[in-house]
Design a protein around this ligand. Structure first.
Ligand code: ADE
Length: 227
């Protein structure tokens, strides 16, 4: 899979893509990531990419020309273009899975008060938000999306990091986990985990998931009870 990230701040994420599991996915060619500075497509003599909104209002907008040129340069007949913005559809594991099956994604991260609507109407296939809060720009949001979809690509996670125990699998949050020592500063591990009784462990973990989900995420909890 290939991802082209269009941003005004390439240096915000360059280190991110070379670390840890994502870095390994890139080196083993399961994932190809190209980060582009949108300013290279500006035709303005000061390399400006923003302008004031028609109709007035605070802030600046990213102008259409650099974005049209950028997307038209990197896209192919198989590309899907995604704009990261707070008013997009919420990012979830199922959405990340769906996007991980694409051959080529173009991720566009906005800045200022957003981008000219004509870019969204003409060139963007999908708009994605990483949560109900507003970041100063969409670059970190794009990095989050890439991280989340990369772990859905077969081979990216090793056996030791499988997807099955994740939070949100079957609409439950993850159960608590412990490692050695069994007693740390007088804080013991729940005895059932040391019992070797696999059925009892599975039951305890299930109960923990249910209780944690009920307390923290009543919205997820009620989905489970409906199905
Ligand atoms: N850009 C600014 N805030 C964002 C958010 N919450 N999700 C995606 N892109 C954004």
């Amino acid at each position: 899979m290939r991802i082209d990230l269009l941003t005004l701040f390439p240096r915000m994420v360059e280190g991110f893509f070379s670390e840890s599991i994502l870095g390994r996915a890139v080196t083993s060619r399961l994932l190809e990531i190209h980060v582009h500075d949108i300013r290279q497509w500006s035709q303005d003599k000061h390399r400006r990419v923003d302008d004031t909104p028609f109709g007035g209002g605070a802030g600046m907008l990213m102008a259409p020309q650099p974005l049209f040129d950028a997307i038209e340069t990197v896209r192919t007949p198989h590309s899907k273009t995604i704009y990261l913005c707070p008013d997009g559809e919420p990012l979830t594991n199922p959405l990340a899975k769906e996007l991980s099956e694409e051959k080529h994604l173009i991720l566009l991260s906005g800045h200022y008060e957003g981008i000219d609507q004509r870019v969204r109407d003409q060139l963007v296939d999908r708009e994605v938000s990483i949560g109900d809060y507003v970041l100063t720009n969409g670059t970190l949001a794009a990095a989050v999306l890439i991280d989340c979809l990369a772990r859905q690509i077969p081979g990216v996670l090793g056996e030791e990091n499988s997807l099955t125990g994740d939070s949100f699998t079957n609409n439950f949050l993850a159960f608590p986990q412990y490692t050695r020592p069994a007693d740390f500063r007088g804080l013991p591990v729940p005895p059932v985990l040391l019992s070797g009784d696999h059925a009892a462990i599975a039951k305890w973990r299930r109960e923990q998931q249910i209780e944690k989900t009920r307390q923290r995420r009543p919205d997820l909890f009620s989905k489970n009870n409906q199905s």
